[in-house]
Design a protein around this ligand. Structure first.
Ligand SMILES: Cc1cc2nc3c(=O)[nH]c(=O)nc-3n(C[C@H](O)[C@H](O)[C@H](O)COP(=O)(O)O)c2cc1C
Length: 205
């Protein structure tokens, strides 16, 4: 049987996917969610309280992870309900019709915790799920990971270091710190090494 390597995932990395679930009235729901590849057969998701996704996963005990790069599908599934034409029925669930790949995930553990981050305290469900059948629609699917984009953004700012000052420099300082935080959260060791090098150069007098 295929494992997560077949969809380009590596252990320990966090990927931006669209998770599809089934609402209580049997209609489909879609939302962008970060999926951590815990092992090649297991994923973990952190779900903030209050979304349709967390409600549906608690009700159904399973969900579909869709791997795709279509920017409009990310925007529309965040801001509104996706049009029904974007979905495809898959067993008792729905997947995204044009996904590069997708797989079913079956919940094996769900823990509710209170977490504190820079936005305050929130209730989060930490869901561990086993990877089921993997469907690949496109050759060599590549899941989205934000780390490389962060490194590239930081390099653009670094290349302007000598020409910015005042308010713009302050703004760039804040952005560089945020980019570094994200790369360290979602990246592999090579991304962390890369951003460390950029930050060292940025912080040099
Ligand atoms: C790229 C991206 C990643 C996201 N990751 C998560 C996540 O890991 N956990 C979460 O609870 N919400 C996450 N969100 C926010 C949800 O997608 C958002 O709250 C969505 O509106 C929930 O929709 P729903 O109510 O239909 O489930 C993410 C949003 C984006 C754009």
């Amino acid at each position: 049987m295929l494992d997560l390597k077949s969809v380009g995932m590596s252990k320990g990395m966090l990927y931006e996917t669209i998770i599809t679930t089934t609402n209580p009235d049997k209609t489909p729901n879609a939302a962008p969610i970060g999926v951590i590849c815990k092992s090649l057969k297991e994923v973990v998701v952190y779900l903030h309280e209050g979304s349709h996704t967390v409600r549906n996963i608690k009700n159904n005990g399973e969900f579909i992870v869709n791997i795709l790069k279509d920017p409009l599908l990310f925007v529309e599934s965040t801001m509104e309900d996706l049009d029904i034409d974007n979905f495809m029925e898959y067993e008792d669930n729905y997947s995204i019709r044009d996904a590069d790949a997708f797989f079913k995930a079956k919940v094996v553990d769900l823990k509710e915790v209170e977490r504190e981050d820079q936005f305050g305290i929130s209730r989060t469900s930490i869901v561990r799920a086993d990877v089921g059948e993997i469907i690949i629609n496109k050759e060599c699917p590549e899941p989205l990971n934000r780390a490389i984009y962060g490194v590239l953004e930081s390099l653009v700012y670094l290349s302007r270091k000598e020409i910015v000052s005042g308010k713009t420099e302050e703004l760039y300082n804040m952005r560089m710190k945020e980019i570094s935080r994200i790369v360290n959260k979602v990246g592999a060791s090579e991304h962390k090494q890369a951003i460390k090098k950029v930050m060292n150069a940025w912080n040099e007098e």
